[in-house]
Design a protein around this ligand. Sequence first.
Ligand code: BG6
Length: 492
Amino acid sequence: MRVGVLCYALRHMFAAPSPFSLVLFGASGHLAQIKLYPALYILALKKRLPEQYAIVGFSRSAMDDGAFRSLVADAVHTHVPAVNESVLTAMLEHVHYYKGEYDSPDDFTALAKILKNLEKRWSGIVRLMYFSVPPSVFSAVGKNLCKGGVHTPEIPLRCIVEKPVGNDQESFQAIRDALIGCFREEEIYLLDHYLGKEAVRNIYYLRYANPVVETLLANALIHHVEITSFEAAGIEGRAGYFEHAGTLRDMFQSHMLMVASLLTMPLVETEQSIPKSRFGALKQFYLPPAKNLNTVILQGQYDAGEVHSSTVPAYQEEEGVATDSRTNTFIALKLLSRASRWQGVPFYLRSGKRLEKKETRISIQFQEPTEVGEGANPNCLHIILQGEAGMRLHLQTKMGGTNPSFRALVLADPLVCMGDCLPEHSLMILEAIHGKRHWFLSFNEVQTAWHLIDPLQAHLDEPTTALHHYPSGSKGPQEADAWITQQGVTWH
Ligand code: BG6
């Protein structure tokens, strides 16, 4: 690391300023194990946690503190390379467990007593309630936090709710009403972990800090925008959730739309204005007018195949999935924006599971150059957020000789995060402790996203809407290539 960058990191080290208790609902679940325990361990490793803190797991599984600590330790060992055992052992001393039912007010009264006991000698406490549970139990947990006395006027509380908030507009509104009935809006932190990724935030800051880039982002210059998010992974044992979600709800309702919003939102002067501007950009997206929604959206589902040299089963053969399931695991979608500088620019978004590799990328293709000679291709700016991350601007340069012929000239940087880099959940937990909400979603954003997604989902759910199968390890259904070719474009 360069000396300047190291000094910057030390000066700007972001840490928890005061004692806190973090209660994790869904403590034995998938998200907690793959993301949250590793995130907390990284905070401990990087010395971002105060001396006094408690992590309390709450779920329906029968476990004592010892068994829960082993679960946390296993999760950290599985998901973090080269664990520092003394840091982990010290962190586990702060870890506790309570077996409870989400719909039992008595269990929440008991939880309130446990917290009071753990916090009795601490001052300046913040309580974080982390909803790492299916949307169907959000309302019950919210109500019982108030009824059981976990939420008290004396102690600042942050209620962190992981996306997806609901399954459609209606269920979202029920959750919002239940949460608003228990908490003030500023106590609610709706978390989309993509907004905690340095690379994703950087979409906005690359524009903010580079007028040269910002000037290029104008409809007169742009032919189309592609946003691709490929995953090599399948559903990772989450059939119970995924069968009712599918890729449109799972990846588009928040992650993909947020990436598109960060690319198109107006730049603002202060960080506090970011949420409003992001929401403003999201609201501008709309579905292209079409007689048939098949020209706007296409769905697919993975068959068996080979990913990274391993044979993997078809979606319909995954444990817990119906053998005739029509759940989509791949989506291609076309959107337009009403924002004046983006008017007329088509946005092609695609995401899928069990594809050839992990990659999240924005590709901005500029208008065709005038016919200047052989080898001249449209300029293109790729911002690769995950996978082989980097920013690449594709230009062209003249070849030697009397004929004007060209070769590609690529300006590239690996966009490595330097400075105080933290994994997304670590960063967002710290931000919640600090009460920084601008990288969390607002209810307005979630509602607007469902408003866009619901009619599309209804179309996909029609038995007559095609579901195109694709082999695992591929780039998705061939029909998705034909679909975009019909629009006069190809995927990058
Ligand atoms: C989650 C989805 O929100 O994001 C998962 O529920 C998906 O299905 C994951 O795999 C992708 O996140 P990342 O950080 O791996 O790109």
